[in-house]
Write a protein that binds this ligand. Structure first.
Ligand code: SGN
Ligand code: CA
Length: 547
């Protein structure tokens, strides 16, 4: 075993060598493999397993039909890096340090993959990582730098930058399958497989370009929300389809003739920004065309020809219709859905491909498959895109788990789950001790019991979002959600409370905070929130960050 470990320390090439050796030892054969699948910004409204009216996702539905679907899984902080850091450490943002996307993850911290590796698992991290520092604790990693690119993306593979040809979702899956092919079959594996899709700016695979052009997507009831009676945070954000989507970057409203003439400009004019993820870009539409050109220009000539057929038609349609006011919002929403959903299709297809591969090698049923997203996402509800808010659309995230040895096929759980629980759950199934300072709990009692939560299960979830001022300008807030109510405090450059009755007002449109009849409810929620803040060590929530 020690000898084997030495051979495999970080070297994929070495894996092929040992894979044809002795049969699996009985002990490790009993431990399940783990495939942790996470997409970026894939929300339940775009999954047919959750009843989506917008799209069919047959391969993801397969995980739900053969496993468990969680209706109430929430995140601690609805933005990318923070969600990822919470998942890896099992801790809230104020303890793992990654309160927002601009921070760099302190990789000296204990993360669950390291514990699995120590316990004899072979570990791999493939795809979007987005934590600033490179992964530590993996036998193999191939990550996208920062947000990553859709077309011809670069990867950092065990420390080395490599540029690949193709579409990001396909390439991440190719890498995942290659890892599995070469793995050491004497060890169980943990493979973290994380997609960029369907993140903004929603660039579909060339083969999916235009696939939804004849579809009219049903609009959410609140697409034209006027924010009447809502607080400053809901009104002052910058994630409105009407005003904050960029014509070229988001809506692809730039003809290929224009793009091709841009190719002839001097480099400085073509690539104006080059500021990475600096949020000040969000308010500078003068960068729109150059940013868009940059991603378009990553396609090869053949791909550009496919692009031309689809998007020149879109520009022409816009010029013909000249939509204005509400019609313009509706028109933008349709284009947004066309592109977002085509990205979702690439995820669905590729997850199916990976599952077929697991089946082919006889590992499907011995593998815990988790499917989730880093948070929920707005698909036009309240007229928004993006996430960040503690409102359910972004606070809730999909969670599907397939593991036939313990999880009943087709089961549904309403238990309160959190992304904080993923690390403890996976350690638990692997038979590894859960560190005492992890703040989540193992979901195993729920998973092993057809979705039913034990008596003493959590009755409330706690949330804290920090990234302000930043992209989309969602104000800092923290809050508590119970089955019935949600209480939120927006702070920093505002001091506003909101209370929602989730049963009577699931869309969270009527703030009841100043309604005297709810004072007893508010008092109870505040007391309960205090307890959670104590438990999670977030006792001074408005002071966590000094800036
Ligand atoms: C980018 C996007 C934002 C998005 C953040 C965070 N802007 O900055 O719309 O909110 O990522 O997303 S873009 O113009 O570059 O597309 S996260 O998923 O990484 O948290
Ligand atoms: Ca995200």
């Amino acid at each position: 075993m020690v000898k084997l470990k030495l051979i495999f320390s970080g070297l994929i090439a070495g894996m092929a060598l040992a894979s044809c050796q002795q049969p699996k030892p009985a002990e490790s054969a009993r431990r399940p493999n783990i495939v942790f699948i996470m997409t970026d910004d894939h929300t339940i409204q775009a999954m047919s397993a959750y009843g989506s009216k917008l799209i069919k996702t047959p391969n993801l539905d397969r995980i739900a039909n053969e496993g468990m679907l969680f209706n109430n899984c929430f995140v601690t902080n609805a933005v990318c890096g923070p969600s990822r850091a919470t998942i890896l450490t099992g801790k809230y943002s104020h303890l793992n340090g990654l309160t927002d996307n601009s921070k760099v993850f302190d990789s000296t911290q204990v993360i669950y993959p390291q514990l699995l590796k120590k316990a004899g698992y072979q570990t791999a991290m493939i795809g979007k990582w987005h934590l600033g520092s490179n992964p530590v604790g993996f036998d193999y990693y191939s990550i996208l730098p920062n947000q990553g690119q859709y077309y011809q993306p670069e990867f950092i593979e065990n420390g080395k930058v490599v540029k690949e040809k193709g579409y990001v979702t396909d390439l991440i899956t190719d890498k995942a399958i290659r890892f599995l092919e070469k793995r050491n079959q004497d060890q169980p594996f943990l493979m973290i497989y994380q997609h960029k899709a369907p993140h903004r700016n929603w660039l579909p695979a060339p083969r999916h370009l235009g696939m939804f052009d004849d579809k009219v997507f049903p609009e959410p009831a609140t697409l034209l929300d006027d924010f009447k009676g809502r607080g400053r945070a809901a009104k002052e954000q910058m994630m409105n389809i009407s005003t904050d989507m960029w014509p070229a970057w988001d809506l692809k409203m730039m003809s290929t003739a224009q793009l091709d003439s841009m190719a002839k400009l001097p480099v400085k004019a073509k690539f104006k920004d080059a500021k990475g993820d600096d949020y000040k870009q969000a308010n500078d539409p003068s960068l729109d065309k150059s940013r868009f050109f940059e991603v378009y220009n990553r396609m090869d000539e053949q791909e550009k020809q496919q692009w031309k057929k689809v998007y020149d038609k879109r520009v022409a349609e816009f010029n013909r219709l000249k939509p204005k006011g509400d019609d313009l919002v509706r028109w933008k929403y349709q284009q947004y859905m066309r592109d977002y959903m085509a990205c979702v299709v690439s995820v669905d297809e590729n997850v199916g491909r990976l599952m077929d591969y697991l089946k082919k090698i006889g590992e499907l049923d011995n593998t815990i498959i988790v499917y989730t997203s880093d948070q929920g996402f707005y698909l036009g509800e309240n007229g928004y895109f993006d996430k960040r808010f503690m409102y359910d659309v972004s606070f809730r995230t999909p969670l599907l788990v397939r593991y036939p040895a313990s999880v009943k096929a087709g089961s549904i759980s309403n238990a309160f789950a959190m992304n904080l629980d993923f690390a403890p759950t996976l350690l638990d199934y692997a038979g590894v001790k859960i560190p005492g300072d992890m703040q989540g709990v193992s979901l195993r009692p729920v998973l092993d019991n057809a979705g039913k939560a034990p008596e003493n299960w959590r009755k409330a979830v706690y949330y804290h979002y920090y990234e302000y001022p930043s992209w989309h300008m969602v104000k800092r807030h923290y809050g508590i959600r119970t089955e019935r109510y949600k209480l939120i405090h927006f702070y920093n450059d505002v001091d506003e409370w909101e209370l929602y009755d989730m049963q009577k007002d699931p869309q969270e449109l009527h703030n009841l905070y100043s309604n005297a009849a709810y004072q007893p409810v508010i008092n109870e929620l505040k007391a309960e929130m205090k307890k959670l803040q104590l438990q999670y060590k977030d006792t001074n929530p408005t002071e966590t960050l000094s800036k």
